[in-house]
Design a protein around this ligand. Structure first.
Ligand SMILES: CC(=O)SCCNC(=O)CCNC(=O)[C@H](O)C(C)(C)COP(=O)(O)OP(=O)(O)OC[C@H]1O[C@@H](n2cnc3c(N)ncnc32)[C@H](O)[C@@H]1OP(=O)(O)O
Length: 250
């Protein structure tokens, strides 16, 4: 596969793990953006180069790669029901970066679909008439998102999921491989849907659903992932910038 023509827009990838390597590959070979560096929180910074590009401390990235000249993409796995990648998304936003989204040239996106920022849409996703995708959403390969469905911010939809028309997936949900969401079903915020589940009724917030038909498990997703229910907090309260003062001469 040849590199496509680039449009001169420069990109910083937040992360340097498997998700970041995949993002590097897809952005390089199937997007107009050129990746210039990776940014990783200091405590996780191991290598100074990746694919021949600098890996810099996230805490200082805005000094090395100013927000006026570079855009960002946060490429982090779904760890802790998306909380890690959500925190880094908001922290990157608080630094002032604008985001890009990646949409595979091999995805089928109907003309009136809307897709937010920092989304990653892999190959063979089908997004039908008036589908609405929020910010910071990952659609791994081969999902069907039926007409007028809504996927809210910070969700991770794995692979070969069928979301039938008119459904709604609440914020920060994880939808497991090969699961089915029946038409017009509402999945509440922070739900974890297991692989192969058939969800035929609306779900309750923060629950894990397993099986066919899917049933809520005894343990909820907050306990399973050891995370907080942040519903009552504003995003700024949860994801405030580090606001660290960094000497300009670094
Ligand atoms: C792009 C990507 O690659 S993203 C990654 C995509 N990955 C996925 O979608 C997988 C998501 N993970 C799952 O669905 C898991 O099966 C979980 C989280 C629901 C359960 O995992 P664990 O907590 O490890 O459960 P464990 O494997 O110990 O099983 C516990 C019981 O639940 C059953 N069970 C586990 N998973 C499922 C499932 N998906 N459907 C039905 N039953 C299940 C097991 O058979 C077992 O039953 P038993 O007690 O009668 O023997």
């Amino acid at each position: 596969m040849d590199k496509p023509k680039k449009n001169g827009e420069k990109l910083i990838i937040v992360g340097a793990g498997e998700s970041a390597e995949i993002a590097y590959e897809y952005f390089t070979y199937d997007s107009p953006y050129e990746i210039k560096a990776f940014a990783v929180e200091k405590e996780h910074l191991k290598e100074s180069k990746l694919y021949g590009l600098p890996v810099v401390p996230f805490e200082e990235v805005q000094l090395l790669y100013p927000v006026e000249k570079y855009k960002a993409f946060v490429a982090i796995a779904q760890t802790k029901l998306n909380r890690l990648r959500t925190r880094l998304y908001y922290e990157t936003k608080n630094k002032g970066y604008q985001f890009v989204s990646y949409i595979s040239s091999k995805a089928f996106i109907w003309r009136n679909v809307t897709i937010g920022e920092n989304c990653f849409i892999f190959e063979h996703n089908v997004l039908q008439h008036q589908v609405n995708i929020g910010n910071n959403v990952v659609l791994w390969s081969g999902n069907h998102v039926g007409h007028r469905s809504i996927i809210k911010d910070n969700c991770f939809i794995s692979s070969h999921v069928v979301i039938a028309g008119g459904s709604e997936i609440g914020e920060s949900c994880f939808i497991g491989i090969n699961s089915t969401i029946n038409g017009a079903v509402k999945i509440s915020k922070d739900c974890f849907i297991s692989s192969g589940a058939l969800v035929n009724k609306n779900t309750k917030k923060g629950k894990m659903y397993i099986g066919n038909p899917a049933k809520a498990s005894k343990i909820d997703s907050y306990r399973y992932f050891n995370i907080e229910d942040d519903t009552e907090k504003s995003k700024n309260e949860i994801y405030t910038d580090n606001n660290i003062e960094i000497p300009i001469e670094i």
